[in-house]
Design a protein around this ligand. Structure first.
Ligand SMILES: Cc1cc2nc3c(=O)[nH]c(=O)nc-3n(C[C@H](O)[C@H](O)[C@H](O)COP(=O)(O)O)c2cc1C
Length: 210
């Protein structure tokens, strides 16, 4: 029987999805049966949409709920939760140094227990730069739901703090990947190609141990 892998993620600006897709391709290449599912964020109190404008005010709106660990309504279909997997990979974007609210909401719910209890899980954090606390919190919450941690990795944007911040602000403002912001040449928005290659290698390594 092929090893069964679930990649469960949330993605607002498609970077976690890009990493998930690269991992799925790699798992399939290693002979695994892969399901890729997104957590749906369906809470009217916490709508989030592009363009994310003005960026400063929009970011500020998320500061408090993120820092105090507020949760909202999320949806993962029952068929996904009931599946029998050899490995569950959890993909989490960073919002204000923490896992994005939809991830925390799922991991604090009974559905997470149904999915993770007694199962192996891996974590991949996706963000501009601040991955550490995100990955740590996802690991902690998933372990609390009965999962067994087997590996983690982080995939960040190209450039340093300032360069990646400029790409982020430009993209969120325009909902487009522009070459310049206020006349300054900026990096392409999102996880660098090197990160995508690393995501494939990360999945291949996880597959080896299945
Ligand atoms: C509300 C919000 C807060 C964020 N806070 C951080 C942060 O504290 N540190 C960081 O490195 N990136 C931060 N980011 C950037 C995201 O991690 C980055 O855009 C990433 O691509 C999100 O994943 P996604 O594209 O799958 O949605 C933030 C993004 C949003 C929308």
């Amino acid at each position: 029987m092929k090893p069964r892998v679930l990649i469960l993620y949330y993605s607002f600006t498609a970077q976690t999805r890009r990493v998930a897709e690269a991992m799925a391709t790699s798992f399939e290449r290693q002979g695994c049966d892969v399901a890729m599912r997104a957590i749906e964020f369906v809470d009217d109190r916490y709508r989030i949409e592009l363009p994310f404008r003005p960026v400063g005010r929009q970011l500020a709106r998320w500061l408090w709920p993120q820092l105090v660990g507020k949760t909202g309504r999320v949806r993962v279909c029952q068929e996904t939760l009931a599946g029998d997997y050899d490995l569950v990979c959890l993909g989490s974007p960073t919002w204000w140094l923490n896992p994005a609210m939809p991830i925390v909401s799922f991991l604090k719910s009974p559905a997470a227990h149904q999915l993770l209890d007694g199962k192996r899980f891996a974590v991949f954090a996706v963000c501009r730069k601040a991955w550490w606390n995100n990955a740590r919190q996802v690991r902690r919450l998933a372990t609390k739901q009965g999962g067994r941690f087997v590996g983690g990795a982080a995939f960040c944007f190209a450039g340093g703090e300032i360069q990646s911040a400029l790409s982020f602000v430009s993209y969120m403002n325009h909902d487009a990947d522009l070459e310049r912001y206020c006349g300054v040449k900026i990096h392409k928005f999102g996880v660098a190609d090197e990160g995508i290659a690393r995501a494939e290698a990360f999945a291949a390594k996880l597959a080896e141990n299945l």
